[in-house]
Design a protein around this ligand. Sequence first.
Ligand code: CAA
Length: 258
Amino acid sequence: MTEYETIRVERRGRVAWITLDRPEALNALNAQLMHELVDAATSLDADDAIGAIVVTGSEKAFAAGADIKEMASKTTAEMRDANHFGPWLEFARVKKPVIAVVSGYALGGGFELALMCDVILASDSATFGFPEIGLGVIPGIGGTQRILRIVGYPKAAELVLTGRRIDAAEAERQGIVSRVVPAAELLTQTEELAAAIANKSLPALVAAKAALDGALETGLEAGLALEAEQFTALFDTADQKEGMAAFREKREPDFTHR
Ligand code: CAA
């Protein structure tokens, strides 16, 4: 497996765990971490032995944002020419389910990274926010677009324009996180949830994510057509035959992920 310096990658059954590992910078997302994370996620996406990817940080920080020290002296031309945040688009294009597991700070780019994932599990210690406005910039890796689609305009505007931090309970009330879990139970609940997802049929997981993602891009009519297409295409998979046979035979399905 590729050696990384800013992340750790582990496989546990059909679940891959990516742990952000720059403790000295509260997992600030510098270019190296971005490239390593994108590389790991895209390789795992192409690996049929993996059904779901967990992305997590440390107890103190999921990630405290893009690396401010790395970009502080850049000019507009330099940021544009280097396509500084461009590779994040590849992370957002991962086809398999990605679960963000957030403890501590998820600020700026860290919050945006969590929002690129499909499910967000938060420890009761988690803190979310977009501090960029206080740095004289704005969210730059999808924050304005993704938060608005979740919480609606007025709430999104308040968060982006003030930089106010919210705790896990408020994030759950706003529908930003899927579930808040006491810190002591975070690992067990993540393992259970990730395994519950990863052991489902891989073609069905990928189709479900494509249909959900499609809803963010299209109107209802086109979205319904996309869902129908994804649904119908699954009828040529071995797992659809197995899943429905298992139901009729009153047993658990044994998916082969084909
Ligand atoms: N970039 C670079 N370094 C960072 C960092 C960041 N985003 N966040 C924290 N660090 C570094 C600190 O500089 C510090 O390093 P030194 O000891 O070498 O100074 C180390 O991590 C520990 O941080 P603190 O001493 O500040 O820890 P704290 O517990 O006192 O505070 C915090 C924690 C409130 C999260 C604070 O670190 C903080 O405010 N960080 C910046 C948060 C932020 O503004 N994020 C947005 C970045 S811009 C962005 O993300 C743009 C985008 O849309 C992509």
